[in-house]
Ligand binder design. Structure first.
Ligand code: XUL
Ligand code: CO
Length: 439
């Protein structure tokens, strides 16, 4: 087998003082944080599409990344070369999981039958490489957004033939995910939304979307796929109005259509900020509603209004994210899928390693800080005290459902002057900084 990443050995942990770009400074897979190893807390995964098929294309410019596995030739042979390189990369990085769309790993053929055949060939190879390396599938998904047939959506297309095609594609992707032991299956509604209400029957589109997801649930049951189903919210891009706008709107959709028992959420950092939320807001909302299933780890650029999918390096954000994940009791069977790409200008091969190393380190550092912060209970105690008025007296009657308007009016009429306390945001931020700096 041709080695692609020549001169790169397995990436090792060298500690915070190391200046070696090709070594971890904070991510020490086997180190215990509380009762779990870092690897078990973080469950890192590689996104096949960005790392192995991404070429640095943007709306104004063509490819800047010419990968050694992308030699001209038969598309299926190319796909095999790419997959072999992918497993070499993931083994050297020491990552235990990966994720893919059906069309990332296998080329489309002239017909759906031919495409499915290509996929079968690639699934056989993936199975072999997974066995050889011990790398597992965190989740599979179907690409229902790239091909022109999905111009008006997939499950929410105005064209029933497209709905049927999308169903056939998800059926196959579910079979493949099961075959590879995938622990989850993701639905990101790439083009499930609309551009203008003038040509849109929103009610039919939403009802159809729910019908589609119910069919997926039924088929998973039929074939014995027991992985977790996840929906990945995103507010815009590619369509102007994406139906899965954010965690709260997906939650409402799931409840309306009786799907809430079958789905959790895959929260992506950059999608949260595009929805004008923080990453931790989306994680928190999902968590308190029992919906936090998995995470697409990346970061956006707050000055830009699109999905930049950058490598996550901001340790403030990773700390607050890990705080939520620890409070969730972890993400398993979900994980932290690195849905991010090196910048267009970072086109050399070793940038792929360096980008993932700095990202893994940022989450490992965030994990360590968040763990200590949580153990200290400094934030928890503050919040508990802030809401202490609900632990006794009239507040307790309110939360116990024992108060009504008339009773509250009687109480308010006799109440002495109201005193409020400071929210102490700066104090709390100083606590976080203290832990962040201490490490
Ligand atoms: C798009 C996005 C997707 C999903 C999988 O913004 O995040 O890559 O994660 O389809
Ligand atoms: Co994503």
């Amino acid at each position: 087998m041709n080695e692609i990443f020549k001169g790169v050995d397995h990436i090792k942990y060298e500690g915070p003082d190391s200046k070696n770009l090709m070594a971890f400074k904070h991510y020490n897979a086997d180190e215990l944080v509380g009762e779990r190893t870092m690897a078990d807390h973080l469950r890192f995964s590689i996104a096949y599409w960005h790392t192995f098929t991404g070429k640095g294309v943007d709306p104004f410019g063509s490819a800047t990344m010419f990968r050694p596995w992308d030699q001209p030739g038969d598309p299926l042979d190319q796909a095999k070369e790419r997959m072999i390189a992918a497993f070499e990369f993931m083994s050297k990085l020491g990552v235990k999981y990966f994720c893919f769309h059906d069309r990332d790993i296998a080329p489309e053929g002239a017909t759906l039958r031919e495409t499915n055949k290509n996929l079968d060939v690639m699934v056989d190879l993936a199975k072999q490489l997974m066995k050889d390396t011990g790398i597992k599938l965190l989740w599979g998904t179907a690409n229902l957004f790239n091909h022109p047939r999905f111009v008006h959506g997939a499950a929410t297309s105005c064209n029933a033939d497209v709905f049927a095609y999308a169903a056939a594609q998800v059926k196959k992707a579910l079979e493949v995910t099961k075959e590879l032991g995938g622990e989850n299956y993701v639905f990101w509604g790439g083009r499930e939304g609309y551009e203008t209400l003038l040509n849109t029957n929103m009610q039919l589109e939403l009802d159809n979307f729910a019908r589609f997801l119910h069919m997926a649930v039924d088929y998973a049951k039929e074939i014995g796929f027991t992985g977790q189903f996840l929906i990945e919210p995103k507010p815009k891009e590619p369509t102007k109005h994406q139906y899965d706008f954010d965690a709260a709107s997906v939650h409402a959709f799931l409840l309306k259509y009786g799907l809430e028992k079958h789905f959790k959420l895959n929260i992506e950092a950059n999608h949260a900020t595009l929805a004008a939320h923080t990453f931790e807001h989306e994680l928190h909302y999902a968590r308190i509603n029992g919906l936090l299933g998995s995470v697409d780890a990346n970061q956006g650029d707050l000055l830009l209004g699109w999905d930049t999918d950058q490598m996550p390096t901001d340790i403030y954000t990773t700390t607050l994210a890990m705080y939520e994940i620890l409070k969730n009791g972890g993400l398993q069977p979900g994980g932290l899928n690195f849905d991010c790409k090196v910048r267009r200008g970072s086109f050399e091969l070793d940038d792929l390693f360096i980008g993932h190393i700095v990202g893994f380190d940022a989450f490992a550092y965030g994990l360590k800080v968040a763990y200590k912060l949580l153990q200290s209970e400094e934030l928890e105690q503050f919040v508990e005290e802030r809401y202490a008025s609900y632990a006794s007296g009239i507040g307790k009657q309110i939360v116990d459902g024992k108060a009504d308007f008339k009773q509250l009016e009687a109480y308010a009429l006799e109440m002495p002057e109201i005193t409020n306390r400071s929210g102490r945001q700066e104090v709390l931020e100083s606590i976080i900084n203290r832990y962040l700096v201490k490490g």
